[in-house]
Design a protein around this ligand. Sequence first.
Ligand SMILES: [Zn+2]
Length: 585
Amino acid sequence: MSRIALYQKYRSSTFEEVVGQEYAVRSIRNAVHSGQVGHAYLFCGPRGTGKTTMARLLAKAVNCDSPQKAPCGECENCRAAEEGSHPDIIEINAANETHVEDIRDLIDRARLASMLGKHKIYIIDEVHQLSSSAASALLKTLEEPPAHVIFILATTDPQKLLPTIISRCQRFDFTKVEKSLIQKHLLHIASQEGFELESGAADKIAELADGGMRDALSILEQAVSYSEGKITEEDINRVYGLASTDQKIALLSAVFSNDLTETLRMIRDYEAHGIDLKRLTSELMDVLKDAVIYGYTQKESLLKVLNKSQAVHLSAGHKAKDLLRMIEDLMKAIESYKTAQSVASYFEIACMDMMAAAEPVSFRDEPKPIETEKPKAARAPAMVSAPEPVKEETFSPEIETMNLEEPAEESEPADACQEDNHLKNNEIPEMDEDLVLRLLVQCNKDAKAEDTEKLKKLTEGLMMDRYAAALRQTTIAASGADCILFSVSMPAIANNINEPKFNRGLYEYLKRADIDKMPFAACESVLKRAVSSYRTLYAEKNLPERIVIERYKEDKTEEEKINPEQRMKDIFGDDMVEVIDEGKD
Ligand SMILES: [Zn+2]
C-alpha cells in the first residue's frame, strides 16, 4: 500500500467526491460556477468532517481557469493547488502558535496583489486560536476586504470567535458524517486499495469514528497494518478494546441468571484483555434498549445493535420495566466513573445492581402488569430517563371467574380427524384469541390449582436455567388435561415459549414437576380478549369446540432426533419420503 496517508490520498479533489455535507457542497459549488464567491467563509463543525478539505476545494476552484467546470484539475492553477504549491493559497493553522507575529504579518500583507491566480486565498484552520493581535489584524482586513482576497476560516469552536468576525462571514455548519456514508466510503477505499474489509468491520470503524471521516480513515489505516489479509470486526474489537456483541450478551446472561461468580469472572477477563469498561457500559445500554424496543414492537427494523435472534433471546423472560431499571443502573455507573478511582470496581457494582433489577419475581407475590391497549413502542426510549409506572392489575381474577362458570365436561370432544381442529406437535400457530379460546374450553380450575402448586415446588428448588427463567416470567392462566396455558406480559416472551425447539424442551422440563401437558403461552392482552369472548359465548351456549392437542412423542434417542430421514417423515409423511428415495435410484 502507498505510504501516503489514506486520508490525504482520498481527499476529495472535486465537489462531487465530497462525502456528506450536501448543503455546503451545493451552495459553494453554485457560488463558484455562477461567479458569486464571497469574501469570507466560516466553516464550523466537529473534527474530521471535511472543513479543510472543502476549504482547499473552494480555494482551488476560485482560481481555476475554467470557471464553469471548476475545479477542472488540469489548468496550471488547479495543478499548483493540488500539489500544495500555489503561491496565492496561504494555509495557516492558528493552533500552531510558534509564529504569532508571522501570522499577523501574513494577514497584513493580504492587500498585496495575487501572483498566479485571480484570487489570494487565506485558509485559517482552528481560527478561534488566533492570538489577539492576529485576530484584530484579521478583523481589520475583513472590514474592508480587498477585492481579490478570500478568507476561509475553519473552527471546531465557533463560540470562541469574536462576534464581529462571525458576522462578516458566510457561515456553513458541517455535521458529523452519517455512519452509513462512512461505511460505504471505507468499503470503496478497501476495494480501490485491494484489501479485504468485512462489512461488519467497516461498520465498527464508522461507529468508532463517530461522524469523522478523517478518524475513520486513520482507524482503517491502522487496521490494515495489524490485520493479516482480511480485516474483520474481531480485529477492530481487539485493537480498540471493544467487547463483541456476543460478549455483551454473555455478560447480560450471567447477570440475568444471578450468577455473580461468573459475572465477576467475565469482568476481570474483559479487563485483562484491555476491554474499555466505560465504553462497554454505554454499549450495554444500547443492547438493553434494543431488547426493550423489540419486546414492545417485535420489529427487527427498529434494532440498532442486536439482530433478531439476539433481541428475542434478551427480551424473552424479562419485564420491560426491569430492563429499563438496568439501563438506569448503567447510567448511574457512567456518572460515577467521572470521579472513580477504579472504573472496574464501579462497573462490578453496576452489574450487581442490575442483578437485583433483573431478579425475577416469584409467582406468588407480584402480579404481572397488563399490557395497555396501544403498544408503547414509540415511548420506550423516552422511558429510560423517566419510566412510567406500569399498570399493575392482575389478570388472574378474570380467569378465576371464568373457571367458576366453566364446566369443562360440557364441551363435546372434537372429532380428532378434523384437520383444522387438530393441533399437531411442533406446530403452534399464532396464539390468537380464537386459539386461546379453544384451549380455554378444555381447562378447569382444579387443574390450574394443582399445576400452580407443582410448578412452584419445581422452580423454587432449582438453580436458574433457561426454562426456569422463562417460567418465572409467566403465570398459569389456565390448565386442562392436555394443556397448560401461560400468561405473559410481552409478545416476545410468548413467542419464545411457543418456539418449537424451546417448547419441546419446556415440555420435558415440566414433566419433572409431574406436569405432562403441552405448554402454550399467550400475551395478557390476547388472554383478556379471549376470556371476554368466552363469557359472551358461554352465555349464548355457543362455545367453540376444544382443539385436540397431541403431546410431543416420547423422548427419542439423540440419534433418532437428528436422523434427517425421520425428520422428513415427520414433516411429509412416510409416502413422500419413499417417493424421494425412489427418485434418487
Ligand atoms: Zn482548473
